[in-house]
Write a new protein. Structure first.
Length: 184
């Protein structure tokens, strides 16, 4: 969720209830715009607009969907060792990283013509750890290859065009996010 001016690097200096302030706390300093952050935010907004898997109207169920050619769940939560998270994993207080599979073939919505909505499938890796964490990509059943879409370690202009094969190790940097799109 973005608050007014977050995409420009604006801060309220810790004031989370500044709605009644008509001063520098809430004003946007257009001259101090963080252009890299603005470009990054624009690209994320564009990704959300282009991909319905990021703007579903209904909650995920986490169960396999036996339609549209695969038997994968609509969402899968992955541990850093690559296995699916269990109930016990959610209770671990030292967890610092998680992977999320979003199945573009399991969107329960229909379009304006009543046709099923489908999209690309994505892997999202999040790390709050102070060191980098290596995740193995899921097995080939989730996808043969994956294209890197976003790496928050790098400025917008330096995003590489990297392809990774199923089962390959991928490094998620310290306090970073990686987004990969299934390409086959």
């Amino acid at each position: 969720m973005l608050s007014h001016g977050d995409e420009l690097g604006r801060t309220q200096h810790g004031n989370n209830n500044a709605y009644c302030q008509d001063n520098a706390i809430t004003w946007v300093d257009w001259a101090a715009t963080d252009e890299d952050l603005l470009a990054f935010t624009r690209r994320l907004a564009q990704l959300r607009t282009q991909h319905p898997v990021f703007r579903r109207r209904r909650f995920f169920e986490g169960r396999p969907v036996q339609r549209r050619g695969d038997n994968l769940p609509d969402i899968a939560w992955l541990r850093p060792d690559g296995s699916e998270m269990t109930e016990q994993d959610w209770l671990v207080d030292f967890g610092r990283a998680v992977g999320i599979f979003l199945n573009g073939n399991a969107i329960p919505d229909t379009d304006d013509y009543g046709l099923p909505v489908t999209d690309d499938s994505f892997l999202l890796y999040l790390s709050a750890h102070h060191d980098g964490i290596t995740f193995p990509l899921p097995s080939i059943e989730y996808g043969k290859s994956w294209e890197l879409v976003v790496d928050t370690r790098l400025p917008e202009a330096e995003q590489p065009k990297s392809i990774f094969l199923a089962g390959a190790d991928i490094e998620v940097g310290p306090r970073a996010l990686l987004l990969l799109r299934r390409i086959d």
